[in-house]
Design a protein around this ligand. Structure first.
Ligand code: F6R
Length: 260
């Protein structure tokens, strides 16, 4: 069955440049935070690492500085972390998030949640259940930010990952490790495992926004939108979510046959 681009509910927003795309996403996040804060409600954000969200984080930092967008009432849960890395490792996602966002905004430290890369093997299952519980205790994810891997992963839900998967330890796909190799100065230094929120964890979010830039993402974006949902391309399960939007540049959209 070919679930063609028109049948899924995913809204596709294409932009000539990522700079204009991130303004739209930042607008949405700012409106959400301000509207919930005005009702004394916290905003629960699911956050991603990697190159895709960097420009968005820069825009949020700019708004924090210029417009006084406050993150005092924001709670964050990151999607994933490499297993085996200490928080201060330069390639850990803990380090990335603090460098790229948290050190520059007024979010209370206790509101930040990033899976740990240093959980003992025997404790991983209960650690992951606790991570899921912490998301539920916070009231669930209001907004989940995603990138997409060339393997079709969201978070580190590598193929095959189905729609029932929850936070757990996974083995990284060879393509994912290959893409990470330059940052780690060689494939041998790239971790083989990670902890990730599951596909079901992501799909529980009230709103999902996926960012993708550049030609290298064109093929996987087309597969994600054109193939029926299957564990072989975990991102295809986003088709089953009622409130997902892709914010992509023209290059990442270049594999789509129908204009969006
Ligand atoms: C990162 C994550 C991954 C990345 C994906 C794309 O927290 O969960 O799914 O979003 O690998 O990475 P970039 O943005 O570097 O192309």
């Amino acid at each position: 069955m070919n679930n063609s681009g028109k049948n899924h509910p995913i809204k596709i927003h294409t932009f000539p440049e990522k700079s204009s795309a991130v303004i739209k996403v930042a607008d949405e996040i700012e409106t959400l935070i301000k509207s919930r804060s005005s009702k004394q409600q916290k905003t629960v954000l699911g956050l991603a690492t990697g190159s895709s969200p960097i420009a968005l984080y820069q825009e949020l930092i700019r708004r924090h500085r210029n417009n006084k967008l406050s993150f005092q009432n924001v709670i964050t849960f990151n999607l994933d972390e490499y297993s085996g890395l200490q928080p201060d490792h330069p390639e850990s996602y803990w380090h990335f998030m603090h460098q790229q966002l948290f050190n520059h905004i007024d979010i209370p430290q206790e509101n930040i949640h990033i899976p740990s890369g240093t959980v003992a093997t025997a404790d991983i299952a209960s650690y992951c259940q606790d991570y899921e519980q912490a998301i539920r205790d916070a009231g669930g994810l209001d907004f989940q930010l995603l990138g997409i891997g060339r393997s079709g992963h969201i978070g580190f839900n590598e193929p095959p990952s189905d729609q029932h998967t929850r936070t757990r330890q996974v083995t990284l796909h060879p393509i994912t490790r290959e893409d990470a190799a330059p940052a780690f100065n060689g494939l041998d230094h790239v971790p083989t495992k990670a902890i990730t929120m599951g596909v079901a964890t992501v799909l529980d979010a009230k709103r999902i926004a996926l960012l993708a830039w550049g030609q290298a993402k064109a093929e996987i974006i087309a597969k994600t939108l054109n193939q029926a949902p299957s564990p072989e391309v975990p991102a295809t399960y986003l088709q089953t979510h009622p409130n997902t939007a892709f914010f992509i540049d023209h290059e990442a959209a270049s594999g789509l046959s129908t204009p969006c």
